[in-house]
Design a protein around this ligand. Sequence first.
Ligand SMILES: NC(=O)c1ccc[n+]([C@@H]2O[C@H](COP(=O)([O-])OP(=O)(O)OC[C@H]3O[C@@H](n4cnc5c(N)ncnc54)[C@H](OP(=O)(O)O)[C@@H]3O)[C@@H](O)[C@H]2O)c1
Length: 361
Amino acid sequence: MKEHIVVVGGYGHVGQTICKELGEFVPGKVFAAGRNRERAEQFSRATGGMVRPLSLNITETVDPSVLDSVKLVVMCVDQTDPSFVRSCMEKGVHYVDISANHSFLSRVERLHKEASASRATAVLSVGLAPGLTNLLARHAHSQMDQTDAIDISVMLGLGDQHGKAAIEWTIDNLNTEYEVVKGGDRTWVKSFTDGKETFFGAEWGRKKAYRFNFSDQHALPQTLDVPSVSTRLCFDSAAVTGLLAWLRALGAVRLLKWRPIRNAAVQLFGKMRVGTERFAVKIDAWGKKNQQDVFVECLVQGKNEAEVTAKVAAAVAASVTRSSFPHGVYHMEQLFELQDIWPSIHGVVSVETRVNGNRIS
Ligand SMILES: NC(=O)c1ccc[n+]([C@@H]2O[C@H](COP(=O)([O-])OP(=O)(O)OC[C@H]3O[C@@H](n4cnc5c(N)ncnc54)[C@H](OP(=O)(O)O)[C@@H]3O)[C@@H](O)[C@H]2O)c1
């Protein structure tokens, strides 16, 4: 019988909270998987056995029989090769992925037929960004008859704890160029350029955020049919955000191509405690309602982005194991609305929505 849940990266920073949340829901049936058996066992003991340990390296060939008793895989590791995901689809194992890596997620999207044929549901774009950002974009979109543009701005706290993989992903994306959809056309942009001021509510005021290659801006033009979507990033410390934008403009971030410099930057970022634990996500959306121009703003604030990421992922994972969803590969906003996830996060985040400046929730 397929009843187990495997969280790959399950004893990592985000994975631990996902395992604990799911372990409460189905004790003894959740496995924290990774390459280091000892770390997996240590974590299992810390949960009193509620979560069980599993040795698994998804970059090596995985024996598909490992998946025989598995109902759902939650992926907390950035991948480059979709072989393991393909095995999940072929074995009819449901799949939830918290990666923000668009190039990989687009390869998983192409497994839609395999997933449908074996009655598996894969949910991508799960977490905070992507994840909550996708649901907020859908929420803003639902306030309008026609949505012309959505700007997503993410502010992360430098005093917050971020896992190593998440820091590596951020550093590796400081020096990238990528395509976005603007006015219905594809155009190339550079990460950490094209700064734009965004109002993050009374607590933070206006902050300048810069383009960053989060996967939400790639999925949303298709899933919500919006002709312009952008995502920008800033930190609670305006000085650090400004410094990175300056280094980007000078071309200094090219030095990150050298492994020792890149690794030193990852370490430095991991140790940096110059800000708060708080984060904020702002959606600004423009469109029409009853043939009138309309401007919708959604603001989410909270602390501990990894915890919120994990709570969103655990809520999606629990729903996928409990309820019946269409089979195939979907982004979170195609299967979920903000209110579906709200009970899992309402104690840790606040959300406000404004239409033309007037607060509606
Ligand atoms: N959607 C969002 O909002 C959001 C937010 C935060 C993070 N993320 C993403 O979530 C992922 C995890 O982040 P994190 O902060 O939790 O990182 P982390 O603390 O570094 O955890 C990564 C985990 O993956 C395991 N792992 C690495 N390579 C593996 C492999 N080949 N096979 C099996 N397990 C492997 C690691 O254990 P071993 O090294 O011992 O194997 C570790 O337990 C990253 O992809 C990050 O970008 C998404």
